[in-house]
Design a protein around this ligand. Sequence first.
Ligand code: PXP
Length: 241
Amino acid sequence: MPLLSVNVDHVATLRQARLGQEPDPVLGAHEAELGGASGIIVHLREDRRHIQDRDVEILRRTVNTRLNLEMAATREMQQIALAVGPDTVCLVPEKRQELTTEGGLNCLGREGELSAFLAPLLEREIQASLFIDADLDQIDAASQTGAQFIELHTGHYADARTPAERQAELDKILAGIRHAQGLGLKVNLGHGLNYVNVLPFARVPGIHEYSIGHSIMARAIYTGLRQATRDMVDILRGFAD
Ligand code: PXP
């Protein structure tokens, strides 16, 4: 069965709206775990718009499953990751003005730079993932960096406006999954996935993990986070052969 990691950034977004103490993403992570999440994801952004350093530090001590730190490939974030020691880091591109991560990381021509960036993290036994578009050249480049995982960007698929466009985006992702698996990379998927658009992946073998935030948090407003997580886990459980 593929794994589900829940992104709890939005819990912190709500807290930061009042710059107060609640709701706390640490408690959100606990609820997601009780709902069956196999991992917790937080994106510590340069501008600290949602997750704070304190969240990452406490989560490292309280997460019972796996902690995945999403971050830009900056020296500041590398130092934080080395100090905190998440189970996995996922490198993402980051722009200050964006509402959320807009596209995949560019790995082309940056294989050496990214390998050097990841080397100390890998040495500390932190696993590495690169969030990239389902582009075969990007996947080839990612495979040269030492990262064990890629996370294929499903946002274009999720945002597609017509069935034909959606099918074309799905086909690109499926081709990307096969290509990456052939190179020995483990494949995660994430961005824009919800309780409906995740279904076409049910028959695709070998997807390691789904990284989902927004749709689970949106449902959690009505059902609670534990139940919203459980609902997604139940869907993914149906993906098991
Ligand atoms: N994967 C990455 C790399 C992301 O940046 C995000 C958004 O923070 C997600 C997955 C989760 O996307 P969503 O919130 O749309 O489920």
